[in-house]
Every structure is written in C-alpha cells, then in structure tokens.
Ligand binder design. Structure first.
Ligand SMILES: *[C@@H]1O[C@H](CO)[C@@H](O)[C@H](O)[C@H]1NC(C)=O
Ligand SMILES: *[C@@H]1O[C@H](CO)[C@@H](O)[C@H](O)[C@H]1NC(C)=O
Ligand SMILES: *[C@@H]1O[C@H](CO)[C@@H](O)[C@H](O)[C@H]1NC(C)=O
Ligand SMILES: *[C@@H]1O[C@H](CO)[C@@H](O)[C@H](O)[C@H]1NC(C)=O
Ligand SMILES: *[C@@H]1O[C@H](CO)[C@@H](O)[C@H](O)[C@H]1NC(C)=O
Length: 431
C-alpha cells in the first residue's frame, strides 16, 4: 500500500503539480526550490518505506472499527429496506425534530476568529486518584479520567480557507495517520471536492497525533507531505486513541464554530464507510425547512454495556444511569451548521465521556434536540451476516446514504459498480 501510494503520488499528482507547462512559467529559483523539495520528500519516502517495511504498520489498531456489538440485527435491517422499497416512502421517513426554543437561547457569542489554543500544557489531575472507585478501574479508564479535564490542544495543521465563502456541505472524516490508503480512496470516490447542481462540497480529514513513538517518527512527515499535496488535513496535538475520539469531536465543533460561519450542512463520519453524496443532497433538499437537523443511524434507549470484554464497556463509576440518551452512530451522520455551533456550546457544559457518539447524544440532550433516525444510514453495519447478499448488492448501496463498513479495495469496487450503468428498478421507488 505504501509503495502504491507513492507511485500514485509521483505519477498523477506530480504530473499535475510539476508538469512542464508549470515549470516553464517558474523562475529558476522557484524551480530549484521545488526540486529541492521533491528530493527531500523522496529521500524521506525511501527512509520511511524502509522502516515501514520492517513491519510495524499493522501495529495500528483500528479503534474506529467494529461497532457490531451495538448494532441492530441484520435481519431487521433488511426488513426496513424491503419495507421502504415497497412503500416507496424512503425519503419521507422523516420524524419531526422535537426541538424547543431552548437551543436558540444559546446566545451567539462573538468567539475567537482563529484557533486560540497554543499550549498543550495540561497536568495530570490527581484529585481522586486515591479514591476506592478509581483504583478499581481498568488502566484505560484511569488514563481517561486523569486527563479528562484537558479539553483543547494546539492545532498542528489548519485549513481555515476550507470554509471561505458559502459552503453547502462540509464532509469531515475521522482518520488516523497510518490510514492514508483510506484517505486516498475517499478522495477518489465519495470525498471528492466538487460542485453538484450549484452546491459546493468540501472535504477535510480530522486527525490527532500518533499514539506510538515509532509511528510518530515515520509517519508524521508523510502526513505533512500528504497535506502539502491535498491541503485537506486538520491535525491537533492530542494522541489518537479510542477514548480520545471525544476530543476529536469537540475539537471539530470548536474549529467549525471558529471558521465556518457560512457552512450550511456537515456530514461527519468514519474513513471506512461508503457514502452516497447525491443521496445526501437529495435528502437535504427534502429536509431544507427543518431546523436543528441531526440525522443518522440513531439508537433510542441504548443501554451502557457492562460486559468487560466489550469494546464499549463502561464501568458504573463512569456512568450509572440505565439508558443513554438517543444518539447517532459515529460512522456517519448529518447535521446543520447552526446546530453544530450550538452543540459546541452545549458540549462545553459537560464532562467528557469516553464514547464519542454517545457524548454527542448527551450534548444534543442538553439542547433538547432529538436526533432523527433514517434508514439510509447503516452505521452499525452490514457485517453481522457476512454471507448476506446485501453486502455485495450495488443497488442496495446506491439507495443508501452511509454504509459501514467498507475498506479501500471493496469501497473502490462498490463505487465503480454503483456509478456504472447500473439499473436498479427499485431505486426509482424512493424518489
Ligand atoms: C506548564 O505548566 C506548569 C505548571 O502549571 C508551569 O510551571 C510551566 O511554566 C508551564 N509551561 C509552559 C511552557 O507553559
Ligand atoms: C482538584 O481539586 C481542587 C480543589 O478542590 C480544584 O480546585 C481543582 O480544580 C481540581 N482539579 C481539577 C483538574 O479538576
Ligand atoms: C488523549 O490525548 C492526550 C494528549 O495527547 C493524552 O495525554 C491522553 O492520555 C489521551 N487519552 C487517552 C485516554 O488516550
Ligand atoms: C450516579 O452518579 C451521580 C454523578 O456522578 C451521583 O451524583 C449519584 O449519586 C450516582 N448515583 C448512584 C445510584 O450511584
Ligand atoms: C446469512 O445470510 C444468508 C444469505 O442471506 C443466509 O442463508 C444465512 O442463514 C444467514 N446467516 C445467519 C446467521 O443469519
């Protein structure tokens, strides 16, 4: 993968960036600078490839991965799908948002106009470290609690220009340094920046820093080069880990509130999903009069998981209620820009919670906004029954908004199928 990444870069991108026409127009000094840069990058790439090939690339665990434990049964999902097909009411399965004026009450404070956090100097909080409830916790929860009060970190790669002007849809994708192959495929497929029917679409990837020292040394430079080429990476100075996904959530909300005053809608999701942008736009068109729009694969009355082996296990000491507020699976959801700004304020009133999508549900609860469940969002997966035909059925994907989970080769293949001369009789029923 690393090799093909570089071959790609050098063939396609450099051909565009450093094509002869371009070089002719440059002064000798500029040309020299570019050559120096390329040589340096090439050297770095060779060094990195050598190290990576010694084999630590698999050490990065896919912590955004499997949400299977929380998902609805596959059979039910297929039922929904059939029902929608039959009733032909696909895009109309919109529940009203139960929204009060509470949300609107949050006054529009004039916030900072640039990222205002410059020090990541946050010391460990030992206030409760000798309490009995704390000493009995697993190591990862201890780590989380000791640093829970550290809410914001400096920004390492920023792109305020992304939100310049009126943006209709901003796609933000949670990623980690090592998953550049996922980012590559997303840029080629559903994350392509474009204007569709006059609607401007922009894409950004959200990253923290590497959680292990080796990776940090090897990959950070590559990431900088990737950003130099594509200019679509936001990186903050906190460690990418499962529990820190909540930090990613609030950093994005703060960033959005700072820079994106004229952005109408946000799609936020994982880097291992299939997304249909035409279906998003169609949905947003139908829903354009809704205020406080927040729609996704919503779980109502989900219970905190108390089985220790489970990835989503939460000890009583951290959350002692029996139910979570309604929340949308973090694999992919849509919200409107004004709501995102209110959410930033609402989240500020809460202590961080280790599961990012549940945390966002808690923020929505503060605003008394109920998220909408829509059947075109399948973030809890198609993985339960791996042999089911729906997993490979392009007509199914063509009628969805988000489907979890597809890795690069499958995503590319499915994308090609969906965008070929595919004839799906039923798809017409939705529209
Ligand atoms: C970091 O915090 C400590 C204690 O709060 C303080 O003494 C130190 O000067 C700070 N360092 C920086 C670089 O801000
Ligand atoms: C720890 O406790 C002290 C005294 O109660 C309080 O002032 C401080 O804010 C607490 N620290 C954190 C990080 O909550
Ligand atoms: C989150 O990131 C911060 C900053 O890098 C780090 O100190 C903390 O340990 C991380 N928390 C977890 C739970 O990984
Ligand atoms: C649940 O947690 C809250 C806040 O941490 C605490 O005030 C309350 O006493 C706890 N309730 C039970 C039954 O443990
Ligand atoms: C999975 O789907 C296949 C094909 O639809 C079906 O034959 C099989 O019984 C299913 N397996 C389970 C465990 O539901």
């Amino acid at each position: 993968m690393t090799v093909s990444f570089f071959r790609k870069l050098s063939c396609e991108r450099n051909a565009v960036l450093f094509g002869t026409e371009f070089l002719v127009r440059m002064t000798t000094r500029e040309r020299w600078r570019v050559y120096k840069r390329i040589s340096l990058m090439f050297f770095l790439a060779v060094v990195t490839l050598t190290v990576v090939h010694r084999g630590n690339i698999t050490s990065m665990q896919d912590f955004q991965g499997d949400r299977i434990e929380r998902q609805a049964p596959m059979e039910l999902m297929a039922e929904d799908y059939k029902k929608d097909l039959i009733s032909g009411s696909f895009w109309k399965t919109v529940q009203r948002v139960v929204s009060t004026t509470e949300g609107a009450k949050t006054t529009q404070k004039q916030g900072p106009t640039s990222w205002d956090v410059t020090s990541s100097n946050c010391s460990v909080n030992l206030n409760f470290s000798s309490s009995e409830w704390f000493t009995g916790l697993e190591a990862n929860f201890k780590q989380f609690l000791l640093y829970r009060h550290c809410r914001y970190f400096p920004i390492l790669m920023n792109h305020p220009e992304k939100c310049a002007g009126d943006i209709d849809l901003l796609m933000v994708i949670k990623s980690v340094i090592t998953q550049y192959d996922r980012r590559e495929v997303i840029r080629q497929t559903w994350g392509k920046e474009q204007v569709i029917d006059g609607k401007r679409i922009k894409t950004l990837f959200l990253l923290g820093t590497s959680s292990n020292e080796e990776e940090r040394a090897n990959h950070q430079k590559l990431l900088e080069y990737e950003d130099y080429i594509y200019g679509d990476i936001l990186q903050w100075d906190f460690m990418d880990s499962f529990f820190n996904l909540t930090l990613k959530e609030i950093h994005f909300l703060k960033w959005f509130s700072t820079y994106c005053g004229n952005t109408r809608y946000i799609f936020k999701g994982d880097d291992d999903v299939f997304v249909s942008v035409p279906n998003i736009l169609e949905y947003l068109e139908v829903s354009k009069d809704l205020k406080d729009l927040f729609v996704g694969d919503v779980l109502f009355k989900a219970k905190p998981i108390r089985k220790k082996q489970n990835k989503y296990y939460i000890p009583q000491a951290l959350y002692n209620k029996t139910l979570y507020p309604p929340y949308a699976g973090g694999g992919g959801f849509l919200m409107d820009g004004p709501l995102a700004r209110k959410l930033y304020g609402a989240c500020e009133t809460l202590e961080l919670y280790p599961i990012d999508d549940v945390f966002l549900g808690m923020c929505l609860e503060v605003l008394q906004v109920t998220p909408i469940k829509h059947n075109a969002f399948k973030t809890f997966g198609l993985v339960k029954n791996k042999t089911s035909r729906l997993n490979r059925e392009p007509c199914f994907f063509k009628s969805m908004i988000v489907v979890h989970k597809l890795l690069p080769p499958d995503l590319l293949e499915m994308w090609r199928l969906v965008n070929s001369d595919l004839i799906c009789a039923q798809k017409m029923d939705f529209l």
